[in-house]
Write a new protein. Sequence first.
Length: 133
Amino acid sequence: REIENYRPETHLDGTKPVPGMVNTDQTIKLDALMRNRFTTESDKERIVNLKKAKWDGLTQEAASILIADVKQGVRNNTPATPTRKTKLKALVTNSKLEEDRKTETITWLDDIIRTNGDLDTLEYKLKGVDDGV
């Protein structure tokens, strides 16, 4: 009975995976990341081009790196949470910046929707100011 219901593992486009090359789990992850609304356009384009080429030439290692890279891009492109903004405001307030720069930075934080990437950059710069770099 099980043999009758057996279907070989395939990619979403119906092609069979080649040993050593991208596997089905990775193509499913890449497809999901491609559809994520916070994925950057350049990452979407890279995945679409690979998908059009039927994942040709994409090894498992390269796919793992691509997945990690796109996930980080999604994280950076995701809007920052209010809690994270509040913590960063406290960091700005306690920093060695001049008062007018502190006010300007806090206004910048509240101005529009800021992403995690924006806040990471600001936090990195603030640590450089406080460390005297």
